[in-house]
Write a protein that binds this ligand. Sequence first.
Ligand SMILES: Cc1ncc(COP(=O)(O)O)c(C=O)c1O
Length: 431
Amino acid sequence: MNRSKSDALHHEALSHLVGGVNSPVRAFKSVHGNPIYFEKASGAHVTDVDGNVLVDFVQSWGPLIHGHSHPQIIEAVHEKMLNGTSFGAPHLGEIELAKRVKQRFDHMDKVRFVSSGTEAVMSAVRLARGYTGRDMLVKFEGCYHGHVDALMVSSGSGLATFGIASSPGIPQDTVATTLICPLDDLEAVEYLFKEHGAEIAAVVIEPLPANNGLLVQRPEFLKGLRALCDAHGALLIFDEVISGFRFKEGSYGDLCGVVPDLTALGKVIGGGLPVGAYGARHEIMEQLSPLGPVYQAGTLSGNPLAMAAGATTLDLLDSGAYDHMEALGALLEEKMEAVLEKHGHPMRMVRMESLFWFSPGNGQPAVRADQIAKDAAGLYADVHRALLDRGYMLAPSAYEIGFLSTSHDTSHILGLVAAMDDALSEMELTS
Ligand SMILES: Cc1ncc(COP(=O)(O)O)c(C=O)c1O
């Protein structure tokens, strides 16, 4: 596949943008390639500047649950745009999207819209601290919550430990109140509550961790977190920025029968435009300015174009849409597992509805970050390149997941599986 124009643009971008990109994983570093410059996209396909057409399983990292340029979403945005791109004042679109979000997240009496998932989690954490009057947070190894300073921490191995900032520029004091636990380890969380129970404002978790592989959590673990928070007066914050609206039943929390105090959303609810949201019951949300003392604001919050894209996206998510994605996911899982097994390839497919991940190794898929095989990146880089050369675009990182959309169909799934079969056969011949 010729990518000379993409390569030339990347070269030019290196003089103007840091690493040529505006978000690090786009740089293709971990799959040892250059980023691909897109020119246009429609449905399941993207066309790059060299004219190559790729079947896209990244879908802008999750927001495009109906694929690229869905005609009804484009029309809704276009129609709104003719009336102005931003008001900085209330408008009907905000109420319309809030109603739709509340329909699915019924623990939310009120919603606040922001402009990104990072902002949603950051604000939810501030609100939890303001509401409880406590400072400490519990977060989990392998969960990503956007680049929120207080949550940019990694842990040492073993039992829960105090956080150490995982990026320069974050004062140690900022993460000194963040406690880290391994996923799927309720005892570690119990231990933290025993030591610091009266100081913990919130437990923050991706109930379906999807940023370090897809680490599917047991409902019992999430129920255990709920019980610990209740026993100690802490809030449970679910970060469903990726998983929100990916389930017919509602959220991953709903699927597990666990109701959080606060939920952070993003991605799908903006339909491809910049949106985040957080919501909770009245007594918590009413601590937020202008009703309460916890301050949070945004120039473009509730942007009319983003609200319209989000509301149309959610309207299109009927049960037929979920059934379609579930059927495609089941097909992908079955066929891909068979191909990986046929080639004895040390990778397994993990899937939850329209989200999937290639888990390295042949054993039980990881449920904690430290269980992910260390050679994950190397294994994945070869597969990624081979699939790209065959016209299939997966995320350029072993730890990022794949996304199905309503715009995918059986031919895309069978094509991806056939491309994998072919790629693995070729790798066997050359190894
Ligand atoms: C679970 C989760 N939370 C928060 C974020 C941050 O969202 P954004 O990139 O919109 O700031 C992400 C982004 O991938 C995410 O996956």
